[in-house]
Structures are given as structure tokens and as C-alpha cells.
Design a protein around this ligand. Structure first.
Ligand SMILES: [Zn+2]
Length: 278
């Protein structure tokens, strides 16, 4: 870390020492785990149109193709492990330094690192939900059922999107067999918020409640491009709450930030956790 970053991290360490910190994390926290940030500087631009809730539920062919791509993408995303950044956040939480964690990520890596009570704004790809009966089941079960239903299906995922969708090379997707809910036969969907869907109101309310009652909003790895995350920064700024951002590259939160650290999260966060005994 250069001297400026060392000084910035020291300042942030002092703020964390004061308590009342809420983390808002984005895709940039998970890139070191091999999950691409399709908006950030390290990610390639998304190549396909994102799946919408309307298309998923109304178009059986699009749904089948989505499941084929997503299933192959899962073989990579399902293997992802928490990185130094996730582990540092979990350490800070265990010490009582954090009042809450709100994430825009759907990879479940905060919890895999040991964090608890994470508000997952956009859901979690590691869970499957039944749109008819509401049953929630692990993604690994779904993956095993899809493998069994598609013994001859093989493809090579060549690119991944942050929602677990994937691009395939040289594979016909139309022969893929989709499976339904074992309890009721209803349609299954990854438990994530698609384009065209709104984040459940109770989740948004919980996130605002955390943000409004904190002393420092700590944004980790989010360019704040989409309003779904940026609105929390706007609310904090409006209330005079300190906003600190650790992010690689440009962020739209810059005008609201009291502190902006442009450095790798995998270096800054472990350092910060070491600095901040509570
Ligand atoms: Zn069901």
C-alpha cells in the first residue's frame, strides 16, 4: 500500500473503532473469489441480455435455456470460496465492530466466511425457491437433479455473469430438461431478484433501518452504478452519516464519500481488521 492508502486505512480504522459501522458490499468484494464483476474495471461487459422475471415465468424456451446456462455456470460459481476480504469482514463482525452487513451480492460468500445476519438485497444463488408453494431448497440439490435429468448434456461455460447466468460455446441448449418442485410440481427459480422484479419491501426496510442508525456506512467493492445500492449512500449522506468507500476504480458514490480508498480490497480489509481491535 502506498503512504496515502496507509493513512486512509488508519483513518478508517479509527472510525471502525468508534463503532456503529454498517457494511454495504458489492461485486468488487467477490472478484478475488473468481466471480466476475460485470460492471467493475476487472469485469468484461455483460454479453447477453439479463433474464427478466417476466421472460423466465412466461417463456418456457427461454427458461430452459436459462437453466442450461445457469446450471453449467453453477459448476464454477458453486465452487467459489470466500476471499481475504470476506474473511476480514466476518472477523470485524465477530469482534462486535459492525452493526450490520447489507450486500448486493448473491453468492453467499459473506456467510461462507462466517458472517451472520446478512441482508441479501438481491437474494442468494445458493438457494432455489418454488414460485408456487414457496419451498426453499439448496442449489446443490437442484444441480444434482439437473445432472440426473440431463445425463448427455455437456457444455463449456465461456463467460459468467454476476447473477450466475453463463455464456456457452458450441452447445445446443434446447435439449435441456428442466425439473420442477418435488413437493408441488411448481416452477423453480433461483432465489435471486431478476431484472423486472423488485427487492422485497421488508428487506429494503431492514437495510434502510441499519443505514439510518449507523455512524459510518462502509461501502466495499461497489461502483454504486445501480440505484438499488446507491440509494443507501444517498440516504446516509442526507442524514449526515459518514460514508467511507473502498473500491477499485470509479464509483458514483464519490460525491457523498467522506473517505474514498481506491485500493485492492483483499489488501485493505485484512489490514483494517488487524488495526481495529474492539
Ligand atoms: Zn412447490
Amino acid at each position: 500500500m502506498d503512504l496515502q492508502v496507509v493513512e486512509q486505512v488508519a483513518t478508517l480504522g479509527e472510525w471502525i473503532g468508534e463503532g456503529g459501522v454498517v457494511v454495504l458490499s458489492g461485486a468488487g468484494l467477490s472478484t478475488d473469489s473468481g466471480i466476475p464483476d460485470y460492471r467493475g474495471p476487472s469485469g468484461s461487459a455483460r454479453r447477453s441480455t439479463p433474464m427478466t422475471y417476466q421472460t423466465f415465468t412466461r417463456d418456457p424456451i427461454a427458461r430452459r435455456r436459462y437453466w442450461a446456462r445457469s446450471h453449467l455456470g453453477w459448476h464454477t460459481i458453486g465452487q467459489a470460496r470466500p476471499n481475504e476480504g470476506h474473511l476480514a469482514v466476518a472477523r470485524l463482525q465477530r469482534r462486535g465492530a459492525l452493526d450490520g452487513i447489507v450486500t448486493q451480492n448473491v453468492d453467499g460468500l459473506h456467510q461462507a466466511a462466517g458472517a451472520r445476519d446478512v441482508v441479501e438485497l438481491h437474494g442468494n444463488l445458493t438457494r432455489i425457491t418454488c414460485l408456487a408453494c414457496g419451498a426453499s431448497t439448496p442449489r446443490d440439490h437442484m444441480a444434482a437433479r439437473l445432472d440426473a435429468a440431463n445425463p448427455a448434456f455437456a457444455g463449456v461455460a465461456v463467460a459468467f455473469n454476476a447473477d450466475g447466468d453463463a455464456e456457452l460455446a458450441g452447445t445446443s441448449l434446447d435439449g435441456f430438461t428442466v425439473v420442477d418442485c418435488l413437493d408441488c410440481g411448481g416452477m423453480l427459480k433461483p432465489d435471486v431478484v431478476y431484472f423486472g422484479e423488485t427487492v422485497p419491501a421488508d428487506r429494503v426496510a431492514r437495510a434502510f433501518e441499519l443505514v439510518e442508525s449507523c455512524r459510518t456506512l462502509l461501502v466495499l467493492g461497489s461502483s454504486l452504478t445501480v440505484m438499488s445500492g446507491r440509494r443507501f449512500v444517498l440516504r446516509a449522506a442526507k442524514r449526515g452519516i459518514r460514508v467511507a468507500i473502498v473500491n477499485r476504480g470509479v464509483t458514483r458514490g464519490e460525491p457523498y464519500a467522506s473517505l474514498l480508498i481506491d485500493a485492492p480490497l483483499g489488501i485493505v480489509l485484512p489490514h483494517l481488521a488487524d488495526l481495529s481491535p474492539v
